[in-house]
Design a protein around this ligand. Structure first.
Ligand code: ATP
Length: 885
C-alpha cells in the first residue's frame, strides 16, 4: 500500500519527478491507460426509457382505456387518432426533458472543480477528469481534492474528510508519516489526502496515486445515495396547483358525465368526451413547461457569466432587494498597484519610470513583503493573490533582487493568511538564522508588535509610534488606498505557527490602489432604480472602503460605514434594529458576514451575499442567494453558492437579477396561457351540456386542440425577450401569490371569454343552416359544421390570446409583434396545422369537420380576434392607471 511507503518510494514507483511533474505526452498516455478520473454515477435513461417513462402516467392509462372503447365502438379512426396523440405527446415530452436535462448538465459541467497540477515543470489548471496517477497536485485552502494523493509536501495542511470518515473535524496532514500497518484507517492516514475531501487550511503538494473508481470514495461511490433531482419551490407549487386543478377538472368531467346520463345521451360517446375533456383540462404540462423555461433561461444566463447552480435561485433572484457585495475584485478590478510607503523616516511615493533607490529600514521592510508572499511574478505576469503580486512588482520597482532574496532565505515554516486574523506569516532561514516575517492589516499588526525599527535600531514601540503609523494609514485609506503593514522578528530555531505572530518588530506600511470596475457605478444605479440596495462588505480598512463606496454611489456619509469591531459591540437586537442605516461593513470577518445576513433577513429583506473564501460558506448558505466568484473563488465557496459569477463582476449580479425577473415573468405567461386555454375548453363544453345542447366538440377534436395549444405556444411564451422596463419595477414580494398582478383575472376572464365565443360560434353554425341547437332532428352534417365553427374559434382565439398574455400593460405593438419570433412561429404553425386538418379531405373526415363557407370564415376570424382586441383595450386603462400612480 502506498501510504506505508516513503514519499520517495511512491514517486519512484509512479516514475515522476516532483519538481517537473509529468510531461503532457506522458499524462495523455496515462489517461488512455487509466481512463478518466470520474466517479460513475447513476446510469442515465436513454431515449426509449424516457419515452416509456412518459407513458407511465394515469392520464395516459385513461386514454388507452378510451382507445379500447373506441375500438369496441368500431370507431377505428378515433382509436388511431388517440394513439397518435399519445405518441406525439410522449415525443414532445421526451424532447423537452432531454433539452432541459442537457442545459442543466452543461451548467453542472461549468461548475466542476478544476485541479492545479505541475506538468512539464509549470503549474497549470486542468480539468479534474483528466488527472492521472503520477500527476503532481497542488493543494491550497478551499480546494477540493480531485484524486487520492500521497503527500510530498505539507504546511499546516488540514482536510475535511467527513464524506469518507463521518468525522467533520478537519484532519491534520503530514507527508512525513509512514504507516507499517496496511490496515491503518482512512482518518488516521496523515500522509494521504483523498478524492472528494477538501482542504480547509494550509498548503500541500502530493502525487496522485489513484483516480476515478479506484479511489477510496470511488469504492463507496455506489453507497452514496444520489439525491433525486431537486425541484424548485415554484415547480413544486405549480405541480401542486396542477394536481388541485386536475382534481377539479375530473370533478367537472364526472358532473358532465352524470348530467349526460340523466339527459339520456349516448354513454360511450359521453365517456370518451369526458376523458378527452379531462385530458384537455388537466394542466399536466405545467411542471414540464416550468422546467423547460427555466433551463432555457439559465442557459442564456450562463452566456452572460451568471452560472446558476441551484435552479431555485432563478425565482429568488426576482425578489432580491439587497445585494451584499465584496469589495476587492467584485466592485474593484483587483489590479493592485503599490503607490506609497511609509515608515518612521517618512512617506514616499514610488516614482514609476524613474529609478527608486531605497536603503536601510525600507530595504528590510520590502524584503519582508517579498518573502511573506506566495505569489509569483515573471516578466510582469503574476500568479496568485493580486495583493501579493503588487508587492513583488513594487519590490522590482524599488530595485530589490527578488530571486537572490528568495534563494538566500529558504522558507522553513508559515502561518497562512486567515481572513479572521487578516495576517500572514512566514519563517525563513538565512545563513542558519531564522526570521519570522508577518504582513497584514495594520491595526492587528500593531497590536502584536512590541518594537519598531528606527534607523537600523530595534526600539520598544511607543504610543506615539503607533499613532504615527495609524495616522499615516488613515491618510492613505482616505484616498481609497488599500493598506498593508509588515513586521519581523528574529528567532533562534524553527517555531510552530501559533508562536509566530507575537512580539514583532514593526517595519512600515504601504498603500496600493485598486481602481473600481468601470461598469459597476451604473449597475449600482440600475439596481437602485429596481428597488435594490447595494451594500459593501469588506475585510479592508473602513476609510478605504468608504472612499470607494462613496465613489461608486453606495454610501454618502461616513456614518453609513460600520466595522466588524463595532458590530461585536452591539447586541443581536441592537444590530438587527440598526442595520438598515449602514451601507458599508468594513474590517469584517466571515463570522460577521453571517451576522449581517441574519440581521438583514430579520428585517424582512431578501438578501444575496457574495463570497470567495473557505470561511464564506456559512454566510453563502445563510443568504437567500449565495454568490461565489468563478475566478478567485475557492471550490468550497462555489460548492456553497447558488450562483457563480464567471467574471467575478458585480455588474453580472445585476444582470442576473434582471434575467431572473424576466424568467419568472415568462413562466407566469406560459402558465396563464395554459390555464386560460384549458379553462376556455372546459367552459364551452360544460355550459353547452348543462343547457342541453349536443357537445360542441368531440373527443378527438379536444385532443387535437390540446396538442396544438399546450405545446409550442406555451413554450414559446417562455422564450419571450426580456421586458426593458423590468428593472424599473420593485422587487417581487417573495410571499406574493403566483397569480397576483392580474394573472388570475387573465385566466378566468380569458377562459370565460374564449369559452363563450366558442359557444356563440357553435350556435351560429346551426343558425346558418336554419336550425337551433335544441332542435330534435338535426342532420349530422349540420352538427359537424357547428362543431367545426366551435373548434376553429377555440383554436384561433387561443393562438391569438398568446399574444395578449405577453404583457399585462403593454400593447402588442409596443412590445413588437415580431419581437418573439418563436411565438410568431408557433402561432403560424398552429394556423397551418389547423388549415391542414380542415383542408386535407382525409384529415377533415377523420376529425368529422366541414369546410366553413365565407360567412363561417368571417365569424371564425372576427371571433378569433375578440379576446386579443378586448385585451388591448383593457390595457389602455391599465396603462393610464399606471401612469397616474
Ligand atoms: P473583500 O472582502 O472586499 O473581498 P478584502 O480583500 O479587502 O476584500 P480580505 O482579503 O479578507 O478582504 O483582506 C482583509 C485585510 O487583510 C486586507 O485589508 C489586508 O489588510 C489584509 N490582507 C489581505 N490580503 C493579505 C495577504 N495576502 N497577506 C496578508 N494580509 C492580507
Amino acid at each position: 500500500m502506498w501510504f506505508s511507503k516513503s514519499k520517495e518510494e511512491v514517486l519512484k514507483e509512479l516514475n515522476v519527478d516532483p519538481l517537473l511533474g509529468l510531461s503532457e505526452a506522458d499524462a495523455k498516455a496515462r489517461l488512455k491507460k487509466y481512463g478518466y478520473n470520474k466517479l460513475r454515477g447513476q446510469k442515465k435513461k436513454n431515449v426509449v426509457q424516457l419515452f416509456f417513462a412518459q407513458l407511465n402516467d394515469w392520464l395516459i392509462y385513461i386514454l388507452l382505456a378510451a382507445v379500447v372503447i373506441t375500438l369496441f365502438m368500431g370507431e377505428y379512426m378515433d382509436a388511431v387518432i388517440i394513439i397518435l396523440v399519445i405518441m406525439t405527446n410522449a415525443v414532445l415530452g421526451v424532447v423537452q426533458e432531454v433539452r432541459a436535462g442537457k442545459a442543466i448538465e452543461a451548467l453542472q459541467k461549468m461548475s466542476v472543480p478544476r485541479a492545479l497540477v505541475r506538468r512539464d515543470g509549470v503549474v497549470k489548471e486542468v480539468d479534474s477528469e483528466k488527472i492521472v496517477p503520477g500527476d503532481i497536485l497542488i493543494l491550497d485552502a478551499g480546494r477540493f481534492i480531485v484524486a487520492d494523493v500521497r503527500l510530498t509536501e505539507s504546511a499546516n495542511l488540514q482536510t475535511e474528510e467527513s464524506l469518507l470518515t463521518g468525522e467533520s473535524v478537519p484532519s491534520e496532514k503530514d507527508e512525513s508519516c509512514v504507516y507499517d500497518n496496511p490496515k491503518t484507517p482512512l482518518g488516521d492516514r496523515a500522509n494521504t489526502a483523498f478524492m472528494s475531501t477538501l482542504v480547509t487550511s494550509g498548503r500541500g503538494v502530493g502525487v496522485v496515486v489513484e483516480t476515478g473508481m479506484k479511489t477510496e470514495v470511488g469504492k463507496i461511490a455506489n453507497l452514496i445515495i444520489r439525491a433525486k433531482k431537486p425541484r424548485t419551490p415554484l415547480e413544486i407549487r405549480l405541480d401542486k396547483l396542477g394536481k388541485t386543478l386536475g382534481m377539479f377538472a375530473i370533478g367537472i368531467c364526472g358532473v358532465i358525465f352524470i348530467i349526460a346520463v340523466i339527459q339520456g345521451r349516448d354513454m360511450a360517446e359521453m365517456f370518451l368526451m369526458s376523458v378527452s375533456l379531462a385530458v384537455a383540462a388537466i394542466p399536466e404540462g405545467l411542471a414540464a413547461i416550468v422546467a423547460v423555461v427555466l433551463s432555457i433561461g439559465v442557459t442564456s444566463m450562463s452566456k452572460k457569466n451568471a452560472i446558476i447552480r441551484k435552479l431555485s435561485a432563478v425565482e429568488t433572484l426576482g425578489s432580491v432587494n439587497i445585494i451584499c457585495s465584496d469589495k476587492t475584485g467584485t466592485l474593484t478590478q483587483n489590479r493592485m498597484t503599490v503607490t506609497t510607503y511609509f515608515n518612521l523616516e517618512g512617506k514616499r511615493t514610488i516614482d514609476r519610470g524613474r529609478e527608486n533607490t531605497i536603503t536601510g529600514d525600507v530595504r528590510l521592510f520590502v524584503k519582508a513583503m517579498i518573502l511573506c508572499s506566495d505569489a509569483t511574478c515573471e516578466n510582469g505576469q503574476g500568479t496568485g493573490d493580486p495583493t501579493e503580486v503588487a508587492l513583488l512588482v513594487a519590490g522590482d520597482e524599488l530595485g530589490m533582487d527578488r530571486r537572490a532574496i528568495n534563494a538566500e532565505n529558504k522558507r522553513a515554516g508559515e502561518f497562512s493568511f486567515g481572513s479572521d486574523r487578516k495576517l500572514m506569516s512566514t519563517l525563513n532561514e538565512e545563513n542558519g538564522r531564522f526570521t519570522v516575517y508577518t504582513k497584514g492589516a495594520i491595526g492587528n499588526l500593531l497590536k502584536l508588535s512590541t518594537h519598531v525599527l528606527l534607523q537600523g535600531k530595534v526600539i520598544p514601540i511607543t504610543e506615539g509610534h503607533k499613532q504615527q503609523y495609524l495616522a499615516a494609514a488613515v491618510e492613505m485609506s482616505d484616498k481609497a488606498l488599500r493598506t498593508l503593514g509588515a513586521a519581523y522578528k528574529p528567532v533562534g530555531t524553527v517555531i510552530p505557527p501559533d508562536e509566530m505572530e507575537k512580539d514583532l518588530v514593526f517595519l512600515g506600511i504601504l498603500g496600493m490602489i485598486d481602481p473600481p470596475r468601470a461598469e459597476v457605478k451604473s449597475s449600482i444605479e440600475k439596481a437602485r432604480n429596481a428597488g435594490i440596495t447595494t451594500l459593501m462588505i469588506t475585510g479592508d480598512h473602513r476609510n478605504t472602503a468608504f472612499a470607494i463606496a462613496y465613489e461608486l454611489g453606495i454610501a454618502e456619509r461616513m456614518d453609513q460605514a460600520i466595522t466588524g469591531e463595532d458590530i461585536d459591540g452591539l447586541s443581536e437586537r441592537q444590530f438587527n434594529d440598526t442595520i438598515s442605516r449602514y451601507r458599508v461593513f468594513a474590517r469584517v470577518s466571515p463570522e460577521h458576514k453571517v451576522k449581517i445576513v441574519r440581521a438583514l433577513k430579520s428585517q424582512g429583506n431578501v438578501v444575496s451575499m457574495t463570497g470567495d473564501g473557505v470561511n464564506d460558506a456559512p454566510s453563502l448558505n445563510a443568504a437567500d442567494i449565495g454568490i461565489s466568484m468563478g475566478i478567485t473563488g475557492t471550490d468550497v465557496a462555489k460548492g456553497a453558492s447558488d450562483m457563480i459569477l464567471a467574471d467575478d463582476n458585480f455588474a453580472t449580479i445585476v444582470v442576473a437579477i434582471e434575467q431572473g425577473r424576466n424568467i419568472y415573468n415568462n413562466i407566469k405567461k406560459s402558465v396563464v396561457f395554459l390555464l386560460a386555454s384549458n379553462f376556455g375548453e372546459v367552459t364551452s363544453v360544460f355550459i353547452t351540456l348543462v343547457i342541453g345542447w349536443q357537445a360542441p366538440l368531440i373527443a378527438t377534436q379536444l385532443l387535437w386542440i390540446n396538442l396544438i395549444t399546450d405545446s409550442f405556444p406555451a413554450v414559446a411564451l417562455g422564450m419571450e425577450p426580456g421586458n426593458p422596463d423590468v428593472m424599473k419595477e420593485q422587487p417581487r414580494d417573495s410571499k406574493e401569490s403566483f397569480f397576483a398582478g392580474g394573472a388570475a383575472l387573465h385566466i378566468v376572464f380569458g377562459g370565460l371569454l374564449i369559452g363563450a365565443l366558442a359557444i356563440c360560434a357553435y350556435w351560429y353554425g346551426y343558425h346558418e343552416h336554419g336550425f337551433s341547437p335544441l332542435d330534435d332532428h338535426i342532420p349530422v352534417s349540420v352538427v359537424e359544421y357547428a362543431r367545426t365553427m366551435a373548434f376553429m374559434v377555440l383554436v384561433i382565439c387561443q393562438l391569438f390570446y398568446a399574444l395578449a398574455v405577453r404583457s399585462s400593460s403593454r400593447s402588442v405593438f409596443q412590445i413588437g409583434i415580431f419581437s418573439n419570433k418563436y411565438l410568431v412561429g408557433a402561432i403560424v404553425l398552429g394556423m397551418l396545422l389547423q388549415l391542414a386538418v380542415i383542408g386535407i379531405p382525409f384529415m377533415q373526415r377523420a376529425f368529422h369537420l366541414q369546410m366553413p363557407d365565407l360567412h363561417g370564415w368571417t365569424i371564425v376570424v372576427i371571433f378569433g380576434l375578440v379576446p386579443l382586441v378586448l385585451n388591448e383595450f383593457s390595457k389602455i386603462f391599465v396603462r393610464a392607471r399606471l401612469k397616474k400612480a
